[in-house]
Design a protein around this ligand. Structure first.
Ligand code: C2E
Ligand code: MG
Ligand code: MG
Ligand code: MG
Length: 275
């Protein structure tokens, strides 16, 4: 029932909050050094279409292994990069890395589209957004191969410029996904503002969903709404066969999660695509 669900959610949130507590402070110096010495790598998590004849895409996820401290969680270093105003150079560096990989795959006739996360803080920056399109052009990536994922946050400040910049990406044929839908600031207001063509349902909306539950009702209606708004839907954080089946039954077009595949390095992604 609803009460049990709420209690479970509260417990879950406590756990994730603890998990995301920084174990050390990331300094601006550490981040700069990491960027200069290529400490960032990329992994790719398959986004699997329900209709198996559709091509598989992959979300680009950044990884940072500090030489002494070991792996640092993306939630922490992305937040730190935003705080130190290093998110733009970091994003450009990662996009460059991802798209030169994609260019190579295109040459090797390995067919995959990529989805790349953008920080909401960068969206008002027209120079940054132009640079993104320039990198895609330099790497000879056609716009229909690339989707940008954005999450609205409290800091989605300069709304008018952000929307204008996203609209110009759309006009050039790039796709825009609203990420983490169903959490925090990613709400229905955003659906009216962001020129998106895809909605990514957050894991919290889909995990442990069972037919007939209240969660199921909300999910079914959200999917219905997205479709009526002309958005394609992807569910993220699918961990079980039961979740996968429920979402397919609800008409979700794409799924992403550990059930289908963990994020993979470039080589493992090729193997995944070929099997
Ligand atoms: P996100 O964009 O919502 O990415 C999905 C996150 O869910 C990833 O965490 C992914 O590894 C994780 N995930 C995927 N499937 C499952 C599942 O079945 N179960 C569970 N529990 N988790 C799953 P990750 O890689 O730790 O990234 C966390 C967040 O950091 C991302 O959330 C994104 O907001 C941000 N991030 C990662 N890479 C980048 C980047 O290159 N640029 C920017 N701006 N943000 C990034
Ligand atoms: Mg994402
Ligand atoms: Mg997400
Ligand atoms: Mg998420």
């Amino acid at each position: 029932d609803l009460l049990t669900l709420c209690l479970k959610k509260a417990q879950h949130q406590q756990v994730t909050k603890q998990d995301s507590r920084p174990v050390f402070n990331i300094s601006s110096e550490m981040l700069r050094r990491a960027m200069e010495t290529d400490q960032f790598t990329l992994v790719y998590q398959p986004i699997v279409p329900a209709d198996k004849s559709m091509p598989v895409a992959a979300e680009v996820l950044a990884r940072w292994t500090h030489p002494e401290l070991g792996p640092v969680s993306p939630d922490q270093f992305i937040e730190a990069a935003e705080r130190f105003h290093l998110i733009e150079p970091l994003s450009l560096m990662l996009l460059q890395q991802a798209l030169s990989q994609l260019k190579l795959w295109n040459r090797q006739r390995v067919f995959v589209n990529l989805s790349f996360n953008l920080s909401a803080l960068s969206l008002p920056d027209t120079l940054f957004m132009n640079r993104i399109m320039q990198i895609a052009q330099e790497q000879e990536i056609s716009a229909d191969q690339l989707m940008f994922e954005v999450t609205e946050s409290a800091d989605f400040t300069d709304l008018a410029s952000s929307i204008a910049n996203l609209a110009s990406l759309r006009l050039r044929g790039f796709s825009i996904a609203i990420d983490d839908y169903g959490t925090g600031y990613a709400n229905t207001q955003q659906l009216l503002r962001v020129p998106a063509n895809r909605l990514k349902l957050d894991r919290s909306m889909v995990s442990n969903v069972t037919e007939g539950s209240q969660q199921f009702v909300i999910l079914a209606n959200t999917i219905q709404m997205a479709k009526q708004l002309g958005l394609s839907v992807v569910a993220e954080g699918i961990e079980t066969q039961a979740e996968a089946n429920a979402l397919t039954a609800l008409g979700v077009e794409y799924q992403q999660g550990y059930y289908h595949s963990r994020p993979l390095d470039a080589e493992a992604l090729i193997q995944y695509l070929q099997q």
